[in-house]
Design a protein around this ligand. Structure first.
Ligand SMILES: [Zn+2]
Length: 82
């Protein structure tokens, strides 16, 4: 019985480590105001995660990107045009 509890505990620790690796840094703390299950997108300019409904969508070089602000969109475009 204790073995089973240990196994579950190990699984839990392993799972938290993996999810921590997949979403490093400031995104580890979930936003309380974002709805459960809403897709989060990453701003490639500043690395901020935000809910897809609040993101500014832009199609750059055939790829869909999401930005937290128009400023980031502008700066990202500028960086791509080099
Ligand atoms: Zn941004």
């Amino acid at each position: 019985m204790i073995k089973l509890i240990l196994l579950i505990l190990c699984g839990f620790v392993f799972y938290s480590m993996i999810s921590g690796l997949l979403r490093p840094g400031k995104s580890r703390r979930p936003e309380n105001r974002s709805k459960e299950g809403e897709a989060m997108v990453e701003d490639p300019q500043c690395g901020t995660y935000l809910p897809i409904s609040e993101a500014i969508k832009a199609n750059i070089n055939g790829q869909q990107h999401y930005f937290c602000s128009k400023k980031c969109l502008k700066e990202y475009k500028k960086g791509q045009e080099k």
